[in-house]
Design a protein around this ligand. Structure first.
Ligand SMILES: [Fe+2]
Length: 304
């Protein structure tokens, strides 16, 4: 089966790109790249031209997701898998490819309405990446930009889309009983990053996205980022902790679009030759993350 190889880029719609740019540069350490027109701006975190695209649009949600494949043959095979699975696939136009700064792409919509792109020809910026605040940069490379956690109306249908048609593999499943009913999650990987996407099946889906995670190169980057949040009054939805499944040490801040952004370090990776799917019946962390179950059930500030 052909598989996507990493989370390449994300688009976020926001009526307040300036607040996003301030947060991204002064707290997270991302580098601002001016857009081609005033309605778009880009955020850089490595050698890619950008990893996040801010669209001046009031959705305050995920606008699109770009999954990378290595070459045109893989793009063709993934397109065929999607079509064979009954998904409407559209070839990207030259204008769309230029917009994304990639060579070629296809577009489709995932089972939850998320505009999904698959591309090859990663957009390289030859200028070295410089973090916008003193920090050691981001763990990306073949692991991709980080991970996203999105809402799924049907976990089973959504797992089938990502695994059977885009080539993801399951890292673990979680089934958590809450007072409001059962919540199910699936964590999926497409490279050694423990999960590039996780799916959260919960009643009521106010947004497409639950949170975005970016991984720093050093634990001190997470600590100094948290200090900056406290100093500048950026709300922290979930304070420091270490996840039981990917072992990420992280905290979650509330971004200007009102959903969470996880800022982490130190996750374990997956070796597909030895990995065995894990099963959890709690979302509790190894330590810390005191309000994590609230993020999943949607009552945490910033959680949806
Ligand atoms: Fe996360």
């Amino acid at each position: 089966m052909a598989s996507v190889s990493q989370l390449g880029y994300l688009g976020i719609g926001t009526r307040n790109p300036k607040a996003w740019q301030d947060l991204a540069t002064t707290i997270l350490g991302l580098q601002m790249v001016p857009g081609d027109d005033p309605s778009t701006s880009y955020l850089r975190m490595d050698e890619y031209h950008h990893r996040l695209e801010l669209r001046a649009k009031g959705t305050e949600d995920l606008e699109f997701v770009g999954w990378e494949v290595p070459d045109p043959a893989t793009l063709q095979r993934v397109a065929q898998q999607l079509a064979d699975g009954g998904v409407k696939v559209t070839a990207g136009t030259r204008e769309e490819a230029e917009d994304r700064r990639v060579i070629d792409l296809i577009t489709c919509v995932d089972p939850n309405g998320i505009p999904t792109e698959v591309f090859y020809g990663r957009p390289i910026n030859p200028q070295p990446f410089h973090p916008a605040r003193p920090m050691s940069g981001f763990k990306t490379g073949d692991l991709g930009l980080g991970h996203i956690v999105v809402y799924a109306r049907s976990l089973d249908e959504t797992v089938r889309f990502y695994c059977d048609l885009l080539g993801f593999r399951v890292s673990d499943f979680s089934e958590v009983r809450t007072s409001g009913g059962q919540i199910r999650l699936a964590f999926l990987h497409c490279n050694p990053r423990h999960h590039s996407i996780a799916l959260l099946e919960a009643p009521g889906v106010p947004k497409r996205i639950n949170h975005i995670m970016v991984e720093c190169n050093a634990l001190d980057d997470v600590g100094s980022g948290r200090d900056l949040c406290l100093r500048r009054g950026v709300p922290i939805a979930i304070d420091l902790g270490r996840h039981m499944n990917d072992h990420m040490v992280s905290f979650y801040l509330v971004n200007p679009s009102g959903f969470a952004l996880e800022y982490g370090w130190g996750a374990r990776t997956i070796d597909d030759t030895t990995w065995q799917i894990e099963h959890y019946t709690t979302v509790d962390s190894l330590w810390g993350h005191p309000q994590l179950s609230d993020l999943v059930t949607g009552v945490a500030p910033g959680g949806q």
